[in-house]
Design a protein around this ligand. Structure first.
Ligand code: ADP
Length: 227
């Protein structure tokens, strides 16, 4: 006999597999259709049309790569225990800023004292990478993004602030759930997978931290990680 907790976990797993399969099926279906259309365009020597469908295929495969790498991050968090090392948090943040596109890199302002901290470095990379990715995705290109890293008497605090669209109070609890998106169609077209924040929350908590969200709809958001 399964007890209630096991049944709940089982249901969550089933929901997760259903969601992940659906998210992967969408781009695969689109790729198949685009390949068929590109082939007939080529048969009719319609080169421009063929190019358009090739670009669609490229976009869909990039989407799948992003989703698969997020799923791998999530499974790494669930399967392996954190391996803490004393690392420079600044260096990890600088590296992640470096991976952004030039137009995003130029709008990130990062202020910090040098902070060394005992944490799983790969977990800290996932935290900053996903928060930064969201700040970029959900705010206009002409708006600044601020990263602050500081230490007070008892904690190390990382704060990522954007001046984007913000998150309504009713959505604030739910955005940390896997595959939850505020505006499903739009968030997907902005390139999100819907699991970024669940990765962040998991990575924060297994290193002994908490995550807080301060946001006002239409004004922007601050994600604050406290260790
Ligand atoms: P996604 O990959 O869709 O961005 P996340 O788990 O990272 O998934 O975030 C869940 C949802 O929370 C997003 O789809 C978006 O609606 C909302 N969200 C996350 N970060 C922000 C932000 N900085 N500003 C506004 N909305 C955000």
């Amino acid at each position: 006999m399964m007890d209630k907790d096991n049944q709940d976990i089982d249901k969550l797993k089933q929901e997760f597999i259903a969601n992940a399969s659906h998210e992967l099926k969408t781009p695969v279906t689109s790729i198949q259709l685009a390949v068929e259309t590109a082939i007939s365009a080529l048969e009719n020597s319609e080169i421009e049309d063929a190019k358009r469908f090739m670009n669609q295929i490229l976009q869909d495969s990039q989407r799948m790569t992003l989703l698969l790498s997020d799923l791998l991050d999530l499974s790494q968090l669930e399967v392996n225990n954190p391996e803490k090392e004393l690392v420079s948090l600044n260096a990890i943040i600088d590296a992640e800023i470096g991976f952004l596109s030039n137009e995003n890199k130029n709008r990130v302002v990062f202020e910090s004292e040098d902070i060394e901290f005992l944490i799983d470095p790969s977990d800290f990379s996932m935290i900053i990478r996903n928060l930064l990715r969201n700040a970029c995705n959900y705010s206009e290109l002409d708006k600044e993004i601020n990263i602050k890293l500081f230490k007070n008497e008892s904690n190390v605090v990382l704060s990522v602030v954007d001046k984007g669209r913000g998150i309504a109070t009713t959505d604030q609890e739910r955005i940390f759930e896997r595959f939850y998106r505020v505006d499903k169609g739009r968030s997907r077209s902005l390139g999100g997978t819907g699991i970024g924040l669940s990765i962040v929350k998991h990575a924060v908590e297994r290193n002994g931290g908490v995550i807080e969200l301060i946001s006002q709809f239409g004004e922007g958001s601050e994600f604050k990680v406290i260790f």
